[in-house]
Design a protein around this ligand. Structure first.
Ligand code: NAD
Length: 490
């Protein structure tokens, strides 16, 4: 039986072969709630192998004709997707705020960044062009062509429910693959709405794009399915390692982008306003639930300089308004669930018990939805403490100190993660030394969040990625194609 849009509190289905399909009602389901209010928005079915295999069958059936479709025609289909998404940008952003919690401005920006990936994929006839070398021997020419991989599955996290599916979907289909999305079970409504929009695009044939809702069992079925050739994953480092290991065992192509612990190096010569605004946006924007969030501030300089920098940050952070992301007055949205707030608060309590000073304490009763936590700043944590080493994924900034840039770089590079790192300084030499020496793939200079730009790969390093090819940029085309080298003598 067909279903249409997810309605409030209703059981949502999957999108398979150009149809919205119900999932066996005996399957377990999860409640998807608005983190700001606690309102139940939808029941999310936890699909298993049967549902995944239905999507695989649809995607496999659509693959030969889609692969044979000219890249120009595929590009036009992606252009249509861009037009439709742009026309619904505000609606998608409002839905995103309701489902995931982030502020409307942040959600609007997120949808815009997702659209940029679609725009980049519109250039696929140029991006797919191969290479050739004439006359490598007498009368012998060699050329490299790029061919699609087959069926791609994308498994995505809760924190960017619009942008991250759009890091993958447009490139995968533009390259001639067919596609299955498994969105986060915590907030799948934006992805479901995008499927409805895709359903209205005649240029994207049925079965080229599919969606299966679910959690672990669904991922397990994706990894087990011989009909799926490649997996794009974004989520925590622990899950990324599981996905990458399993894909390697069964011979699936895989890119698994994981978690992060990003440091911000605050030099004493930094412009105070630029630095303070950058630090606040990075540490507390989206309640710290970004893989690029700066969650450690390294204060550089003399003790006096360090204390002055800390005072600036604490004073500004204490003025931020925490509340419902749908309220324009809100700076800091709730975290994704009350359970997430409890987990983060337990980390703050552990830091306190371990001798750290909570210089700004954001713990409160959780607000109407039970998921609010205001900005929290923790001073005095040592290099081995969890608040310095591990991702808390909340509005918590840990403070550490270094006498000079060399010491700061040592602290930053001790992390097992390497997603991003930023420096605030007015010295070109310090900026240059830092960008040269820092072990992170996304680097900001006087920029709090070194945000992804579709035309460049999202370049996490170390435990922030398992795999060699990143999302977006030229890496996306390489990941979604196999190269074939043809040697000809005529
Ligand atoms: P998560 O790892 O819990 O879930 C991500 C996806 O994996 C979901 O679709 C989920 O259903 C599935 N999943 C979860 N546990 C699983 C398991 N044990 N086996 C199989 N599948 C499983 O991540 P999340 O909490 O949704 O997202 C936040 C994390 O994502 C943070 O660590 C953040 O840093 C990271 N992230 C990374 C990037 C990046 O580009 N590197 C971008 C955004 C988010």
């Amino acid at each position: 039986m067909a279903t249409t849009a997810p309605e409030t509190g209703k059981l949502i289905g999957n999108y398979v072969g150009g149809q919205f399909v119900d999932v066996d009602p005996s399957r377990d389901r999860l409640e998807d709630r608005n983190p700001a209010t606690g309102e139940v928005l939808a029941q999310v079915p936890l699909s298993g192998a049967v549902e995944v295999e239905a999507a695989v069958a649809a995607a496999r059936a659509a693959f030969p004709a889609w692969r044979a479709t000219s890249p120009m025609v595929r590009a036009r289909a992606v252009m249509k997707l861009r037009e439709v998404l742009d026309a619904h940008r505000e609606e998608l952003a409002r839905l995103l705020t309701t489902d995931m919690g982030k502020t409307f401005d942040d959600a609007f920006g997120e949808v815009g960044r997702g659209i940029e990936s679609v725009e980049h994929a519109c250039a696929i006839p140029v991006l797919l062009k191969g290479e050739n070398l004439e006359g490598i021997a007498t009368g012998v020419d060699v050329e490299l062509v790029r061919q699609p991989v087959g069926v791609i599955a994308a498994i995505t996290p809760f924190n960017f429910p619009a942008m991250i599916p759009l890091w993958f979907l447009p490139y995968a289909i533009a390259c001639g693959n067919t596609f299955i999305l498994k969105p986060s079970e915590q907030d799948p409504l934006v992805s479901m709405r995008i499927m409805e929009l895709i359903d209205g695009i005649d240029e994207i044939p049925k079965g080229v794009v599919n969606l299966v809702n679910g959690g672990r069992d669904c991922v397990e079925a994706i990894l087990e399915s011989p009909g799926i050739n490649g997996v794009s994953f974004v989520g925590s480092a622990t899950t990324a390692r599981i996905i990458a290991t399993r894909c390697a065992e069964v011979g699936k192509r895989c890119q698994a982008l994981g978690g992060a612990k990003n440091s911000m190096v605050l030099m004493p010569d930094a412009d105070p306003d630029v630095m303070t605004q950058g630090v606040l946006g990075s540490a507390f924007g989206a309640a710290g639930q970004r893989c690029l969030a700066g969650s450690v501030a390294v204060l550089v300089g003399s003790k006096e300089e360090q204390d002055r920098t800390l005072q600036l940050v604490v004073e500004a952070a204490s003025k931020l308004v925490t509340g419902d992301g749908a309220d324009p007055a809100t700076d800091v949205c709730p975290v994704v669930t009350p359970a997430s707030r409890e987990r983060i608060e337990a980390e703050i309590a552990a830091a306190e018990a371990g001798g750290c000073e909570i210089v700004l304490d954001g713990r409160r009763d959780g607000g109407p939805g039970g998921a609010e936590l205001a900005p929290t700043i923790i001073d005095g944590a040592g290099p081995d403490h969890n608040v310095i080493r591990e991702e808390l994924f909340g509005p918590v900034l840990a403070i550490t100190r270094a006498a000079d840039l060399a010491e700061a770089l040592e602290l930053v590079n001790a992390s097992r993660y390497g997603n991003a790192s930023v420096i605030f300084t007015s010295s070109g030499k310090a900026a240059r030394d830092y960008r040269y020496g820092v072990e992170a793939g996304m680097v900001g200079v006087n920029v709090g969040v070194a945000a992804p730009v579709a035309w460049f790969p999202f370049s996490g390093w170390k435990d922030s990625i398992d795999g060699d090819l990143h999302a977006n940029g030229s890496d996306a085309v390489r990941f979604y194609t196999r190269s074939k080298v043809v040697t000809s003598r005529w």
